[in-house]
Design a protein around this ligand. Sequence first.
Ligand code: F0G
Length: 456
Amino acid sequence: MLDFPTTLSAVVKPAPALSREEREREIERAGYNPFKIDARTVSVDFLSDSGTGALSTAQRAAAEQADESYACSSSWYRFEESVRDLVPYRHVFPVHQGRAAERVLFSSLLSPGQISISNTHFDTTRANVEIAGGRALDLPCPASSDLDSEFPFKGDIDLGALERTLSGPEGSKVGIVLMTITNNGLGGQPVSLANMTSAAEIARRHGVPFWLDAARFAENAWLITRREPGYSHWDPRDVARREFALADGCMISLKKDGLGHAGGLLAMRDDALAERCKALVIAGEGFVTYGGISGRDLEVVAQGLREVTDPQHLAGRESAAALLAELSHQAGVSTVRPSGMHAIYLNAGRLLTHLTPAEFPGHALACELYRRGGIRAAELGSLYLGELDDDLRLREPAPFELIRLAIPRRSYDETHLRFVGSVLDDIAKEPEQVPGYRLTEAPPLLRHFDCRLTPL
Ligand code: F0G
C-alpha cells in the first residue's frame, strides 16, 4: 500500500495553459530571461520555493486573529512563543525577510576586512557580507564537488579546512562561522549534526561565533532523521531544536520553512550584539515587535513554524523531490545526487553537449522548459556564476552548468511533477535541437535578474 496522502486542497486556482506560439512571443518579449516572464503565462513555476507555498486552513484562521497594534501586539507574542519553542536564544527580532537579517547581522558583527566562513554562502548572504566590508569564504566538503556522489551530507563544511583557516595567518580575521542548512548554493544538500557539532566546537575553541542560516532548518532536520546514524527514531522537531542549540544565533528566511509569504528572523544569545542589532532593526525594518511585517504575517509564520516539522509534510517534500529526480533520470537527464528536499538540480551541461559554456547550456535548458511546457526554472551555471569580459562574452565558466527546479511547498501534486517529467522527456529525445544563447545586455551586478539574451 502507498503512503496516505498528506493534504487536501482547501483553495485552488487555475494553472495557465498557453499555446506554444503565445509562450514564444512572451519569452522573446522577456529577453529570454525567466525572471522577466509574466507569471500569468507560467503553467508550473519552479523558479523558487521562497514565499511561493500555499497556506494551511489553520494559517488562514490565525491570520484572521491578527492584531495590527504598532507595538507589543498579541500577534507578536504568539510569534515569539512559536519561535521560542524551537530556538534557545534570549533575543528574537522579526525582520521583513532573510536578507534583512543578513544586513543587520553583518553590519553589527563584522568590521571591514573580517572574514565570514561558510559551507556555502547564499548569494544575498555573500552580498551582505561584502556590503559590510567583509570577505565571504566558502569551505564546502570535498564530496560536494562530485555531482554524482551519493554521500548523504554533501552540504557539510570541510572541517579540516575550517581548522586550518582558523589556526592559520588569517585566523584572527574570522568574524563568524555560518552554516547554511540546507546548503541551497550547493544542490540543496543537508548538513549532518555530527558536522555541525564539530564545526561549532572548532569555532568556539577559536573564540569565533557559530551561526546558522536556517532557512530550511526543518528539511535539514528531516534528512538527518533519514540519513544520519542514530537519529532515525527522532522527531524532526527535536532534531531542529538540537541544530539551534549548537549555535550562538540564527537567521531564518521565514518564506521557506516558516511556510509564509513574507518574514524573517534574527535570534541570538549575545546581549551586546543584540543591542547593536536592535538599533538597526528599528532604523531599517520597524519596531522590534513587528520588524517590517504585518500582524497577519506574524500570525501566518507563527503557525507555519508549528506545522513545518510535521513528519508527514516533510516526508511528502522528500518524496516529491525524489519522484521529480526519478522522472528526470527516466528521461535521460541527470541530477545532482542524492536528491534533497526543496529542489532538484538538473545537469544541463551533461545533456546539451553540443553547447559550450559560452552558449549557456543551463539557461538554454531553462528556456526550453518554458517554451515547450510553460515551466519556469532558474539557471545555476555560467550565466549566473561565470565571469564575463567587457563585450559580454564568457571569460571564465562556472564549474557546472545546472538549473534548479525549486518545488513550492504544498502547491503542486504528482500530476504537475509527471507533466514536468514528460516535458524533460520530450527535450531529451532531441537535445541537439535546443539552441544556445548569447547575452545582449547585462547589468554589472546581479546580472541574472536583469540581463537580456538572444537565441543563436
Ligand atoms: N539564505 C538562504 C539559504 C536562502 O536560500 C535565501 C533565499 C536567503 C538566505 C534569503 O532569504 O529571500 O527571505 O531574503 N533564497 C531564495 C531562493 C530567494 O530562491 O533560494 P530571503
